[in-house]
Design a protein around this ligand. Sequence first.
Ligand code: EPU
Length: 297
Amino acid sequence: MPEQLTPLPAAFAEFSPLRLEEPLARWTTLRVGGPAEWFFEPRRPEDLAALLTALHKAQIPFRLLGGGANVLAPDAGVRGAVIHTGALRRIFLEGTALRCWPGATIQQTVRAAAGNGLHGLELLMGVPGHIGGALAMNAGSADFGIWDVVEEVTVWEPEGPWKARARADFDPQYRNGNLGQAVSLEILLRLEKSTKVEVKITQEALLRKKNQTQPVTLFSAGCAFKNPLGESAGRLLDQAGMKGVSVGRASVSTLHANFVVTEPGATSADVLTLLEKMASAVLEYAGITLERELVVW
Ligand code: EPU
């Protein structure tokens, strides 16, 4: 168990619901990870901002958790606060744009786009996670990231009043939203008018491809490593003979070599050791150092 930070200042009583020692394995798609000392689920963006300000002022460490689709939480758990965006799920239609709260799931947003005949999010079909997490990671496909369709983001920042900022104020990179200490409170996605049928046809074709090439029915956190420039980490790992290699209850998918999949009983340590083996195998095979996409807490 992590050492307890005691006591939680009384002022935090207003930020319910609050759970103590909440197992992170329940909230991450790899299904591993020990307890979060304090686990908050704010219900409105203004509550999230107030909570962040209070934690910052009290110098309590905090982490944001969306769909847990790219996070490896340690077996010993984490000290301080974890703020889960699961209750911040609203999406508003504004002409050809969608205004999303950070806990809207990527799939809820993709469906809202299709339902309103809006084109631009198809490449996120089948991607797990929340929009806030997608922004932090610049989630997408090999050559598309959600930041390609962001128009404006309202962010909380430690020292400033929270405000809407234009896309040009940010510098997202491949699989890295580069948000620094900023936390997104509301995201405006600019899409293009199409038809419901066309958007649906494209989405379904992409989903079929994903189902054929990725282990979508197993517990995983998506691609574990970023693609090196002009290369595919999956192909390199495959050529290095990593498919099916396992450590404890974690193994490299036999379908796509850049996916680590877990079985019940897996630990964060199993996953970490396997990640090290994968990176070493590619270094030895191709002389290429893979960079982790998976965020290790
Ligand atoms: N390949 C192999 N063996 C494998 C896996 C892939 O030979 O085990 C080959 C494929 O046959 C293909 C090439 O490598 O020729 C690229 O594979 P794929 O089309 O599956 O794409 P990827 O580069 O491995 C990227 C993203 C995925 C995204 C897919 C589809 C990264 C790190 N990965 O994968 O994103 O779903 O494109 O758009 O950018 C993620 O980031 O978590 C993720 C899953």
